[in-house]
Design a protein around this ligand. Structure first.
Ligand code: CP3
Length: 346
């Protein structure tokens, strides 16, 4: 019987020698897949996230189709906010919150809850996914970072300039802190629950942590990320931190006790590897490269594999999520290229 701990994904995260590079793709379960769209005819996005059998099915879809080296549980970073009292709807144009969280009383009105109660359906989904995946493909659990969650709560959805969040930061920072602390407690409990339910690794998504001056990132964002990552250490699963736009903060990010750091496509991996010696790296092909020719995809993927082979460990990924119109044959070409690449004897 295969041992999941010996999968090349987990070996790379632990920095153990490996002869090939594992690949998974952020948002690999999603709208670029016709089989996902078929399931979406029956469920709204929120229903899908809250229905374990359906969430399990869409988690397995990209594994069946492409044979990725890891699965990511299907859910959304905003899902665990609903039991706090912040329910997002996902119509066209992204998530929308009916009444954004902007005042002291809004923040105090957000409730905290037992993860095993409020998000029991996530634990149930994880148990089904583990059965469906068997002992070959590891399962990644995830959460949004408190700061990225705070941007959605305060802005009420996506934003171009983060006006409301920054108004709070520059006028009542202690209130932003209060919100961040609440989200940090909840996120840590949520991730611990996922590990207890069976995920093999966890990723913290910090899509919008990169919109701040480094001094503000250090004061507002980093301590919360650190508290979550430190709070997971005793569980012994590898921890991945994906901060989009992390290049200006790399000195800060490399103080974190995590196994792996994600890189977006604006970072030249070769340039930054010397600063990342203690970490496995994950990334970093531009998701838009998948709209180009297969020649280019293969060439650029091999370059990344070659550079990544010099890191402590390398997990191939895109530099951000895959987008809905991506041609499927190009994803196939990418997976075949990365899985066909062999490292020189490690
Ligand atoms: O990676 C996976 O396949 C697992 C599932 C997953 C989803 N969202 C499914 C999803 C994960 C890990 C996420 C993370 C997420 N969600 C992030 C962080 C990573 C990133 O991409 O920046 C953020 C910021 C969100 C918030 C969110 N959810 C937005 C902005 C949107 C709308 C934009 C979009 O891509 O549709 C969502 C909706 C969403 N989350 C969809 C999926 C498959 C599409 C919903 C649909 O089916 O209509």
């Amino acid at each position: 019987m295969a041992d999941i701990k010996e999968s090349i994904f987990l070996k790379n995260l632990r920095g153990e020698p490996c002869d090939r590079t594992p690949i998974w793709i952020m948002r690999q379960a999603g709208r670029y897949l016709p089989e996902y769209m078929k399931v979406r005819e029956e469920y709204t996005f929120n229903e899908l996230c809250r229905t374990p059998q359906a969430a399990c099915e869409v988690t397995l879809q990209p594994i069946r189709r492409f044979g990725f080296d890891a699965a990511i549980m299907f859910s959304d970073i905003l899902t665990p906010l609903a039991p706090m009292g912040a329910r997002f709807s996902f119509a066209q144009g992204g998530p929308k919150l009916e009444s954004p969280i902007r005042s002291e009383s809004d923040i105090d009105a957000l409730s905290t809850y037992e993860a095993a109660d409020g998000t029991h359906f996530v634990a149930e989904a994880i148990r089904l996914m583990k059965v469906g995946l068997g002992d070959k493909t590891p399962l990644i659990g995830f959460a949004g970072s408190p700061f990225t969650l705070a941007t959605y709560l305060i802005e009420g959805g996506g934003s171009k300039d983060y006006r409301f969040l920054k108004t709070l930061l520059y006028s009542r920072p202690e209130l932003l802190d209060r919100l961040m602390n609440k989200l940090t407690d909840q996120t840590l409990a949520y991730l611990r629950m996922q590990v207890e339910a069976g995920v093999d690794a966890v990723q913290l998504f910090d899509t919008w942590g990169g919109i701040l001056h480094p001094a503000d990132y250090a004061k507002v964002v980093l301590p919360c990320v650190k508290r979550i990552m430190d709070g997971l250490r005793d569980l012994g699963v590898p921890r991945i931190y994906f901060l989009k736009g992390s290049a200006p903060y790399l000195d800060l990010v490399t103080t974190l006790d995590v196994e792996c750091l994600g890189m977006d496509w604006t970072m030249d991996m070769a340039q930054f590897l010397p600063q990342m010696k203690g970490y496995a790296v994950q990334g970093n092909l531009d998701p838009m490269a998948l709209y180009g020719s297969q020649d280019q995809i293969r060439r650029r993927a091999l370059e990344i594999c070659e550079t990544g082979s010099k890191a402590r460990g390398h997990v191939f990924n895109l530099g951000h999520g895959i987008t809905p119109q991506t041609p499927i044959p190009n994803v196939e070409a990418l997976v075949e290229t990365v899985q066909g690449y062999r490292r020189e004897t490690p």
